[in-house]
Design a protein around this ligand. Structure first.
Ligand SMILES: Cc1cc2nc3c(=O)[nH]c(=O)nc-3n(C[C@H](O)[C@H](O)[C@H](O)COP(=O)(O)OP(=O)(O)OC[C@H]3O[C@@H](n4cnc5c(N)ncnc54)[C@H](O)[C@@H]3O)c2cc1C
Length: 337
């Protein structure tokens, strides 16, 4: 394992932001992991684990050690007539994991097709899309404490998964390295077409769902038509989380905004953050080298050469205008470092 110094991270974050790390290493084997925990540069410095860099904003240079997770491997642990446990190492590309499962006809994560990034990052924010979340299929997470010690296996409950949230973003933030994730998938048909856009797409295109692959293919096509490709336009997907409010607040908002979209979910009311941002006039707006995507107001973009600070300034302006207009506070989904 080689330690690099003053390493340029611009190709390792999908925003394409130029930021340097004081130290940089790549983890390729479990032996590297053991070596890493013994390194003085690791012990003495701030540390951050990185997967595909698709949910991170480097607001400035990182004065510590960045460790990129390249631990690979996917295998079936056990199965019966109904279910199957499939384990993937954290450095696997999430889409390769989806492909592995749908190719074998296992149901569970087909709606999560084409989410960028790695398996190891998937529990951090409980990735979700098209009516499904990781928590619907997660069995356990294997993780090593960063301060040293034995591997811990977190059960689904211990991961405390919520909307774009987990224990790893809260009380255990920065405390564990996620080495592997095991999912419990179904061998019996278990399609989830609750998401309107997906159901409509299948109907309009006369696609009869016979396998999970039919769904993952459809989701991939819809996603490609809606989201900017980070290789073309730097971005980290949704920059902000949707906003959850109670009925009183909704009643107040409806006095001024009769057409405000909302979704009642498990005792709370979700307001799409993209709509709030759009109403403030930000959709498609460009400010110097940064901007808001013209098709999806939740996505902030780097038009080229932007710094993390420029993205943050834009994000703060958006937060202030949404607060001003709706008295609602947006919070970032992206991890800001
Ligand atoms: C175009 C686009 C579309 C997207 N669409 C969606 C979507 O539909 N749904 C959704 O939920 N997300 C979406 N995202 C966000 C992103 O893809 C996910 O959050 C993904 O799980 C991030 O994976 P990553 O490997 O790139 O994580 P990174 O950005 O590398 O890391 C994210 C965070 O996790 C930590 N981390 C990473 N790996 C580990 C590890 N092994 N152990 C401990 N900590 C770790 C990092 O330190 C960081 O804080 C999208 C992003 C883009 C660019």
């Amino acid at each position: 394992m080689t330690i690099e110094k003053n390493y340029d991270l611009s190709k390792l974050n999908t925003f394409g932001i130029k930021a340097n790390a004081k130290y940089f290493v790549e983890l390729k084997t479990e032996a590297d992991l053991v070596e890493l925990f013994g390194l003085q540069e690791f012990k003495d410095n701030k540390k951050i684990f990185l997967g595909g860099g698709s949910n991170i904003l480097f607001a400035k240079d990182f004065d510590g050690i960045v460790i990129v997770n390249k631990l690979k491997g996917i295998n079936v642990l056990e199965e019966d007539n109904e279910n199957v446990l499939v384990r993937a190492m954290g450095g696997e590309c999430w889409q390769d994991f989806v492909d592995f499962t749908v190719e074998r006809g296992y149901w569970g994560i087909e709606n999560l097709a084409l989410i960028p990034g790695t398996v190891g990052a998937s529990p951090i924010q409980n990735i979700g899309a098209y009516g499904t979340e990781l928590k619907d299929s997660l069995f356990n997470v294997e993780a090593f404490p960063i301060e040293g010690g034995e591997k811990k296996v977190f059960s689904l409950e211990e991961c405390e998964l919520g909307y774009r949230d987990s224990v790893f973003k809260n009380k255990l933030k920065g405390k564990y390295f996620i080495a592997a994730v095991t999912l419990k998938l179904s061998k019996k048909e278990k399609k989830n077409l609750s998401y309107k856009i997906l159901a409509e797409y299948l109907e309009q295109n006369k696609i009869e769902v016979k396998s999970p692959k039919d769904i993952s293919n459809a989701v991939a096509l819809i996603r490609k038509s809606k989201l900017p490709d980070p290789k073309v336009l730097g971005n980290a997907g949704s920059f902000f989380k949707n906003v959850f409010i109670d009925q009183d607040k909704l009643d107040k908002l409806q006095e001024n905004y009769k057409d405000i979209p909302f979704f009642k979910e498990e005792g709370t009311i979700k307001i799409p953050a993209g709509w709030l941002i759009e109403q403030c006039g930000w959709k498609g707006k460009r400010v110097g080298r940064v901007g808001v995507h013209d098709k999806q107001a939740l996505v902030l973009v780097n038009h080229g050469g932007a710094t993390g600070e420029e993205i943050m300034n834009l994000a703060n302006e958006i937060i202030a205008s949404v607060k001003d207009k709706f008295d609602l506070v947006l919070s970032p989904e992206v991890n800001i470092v």
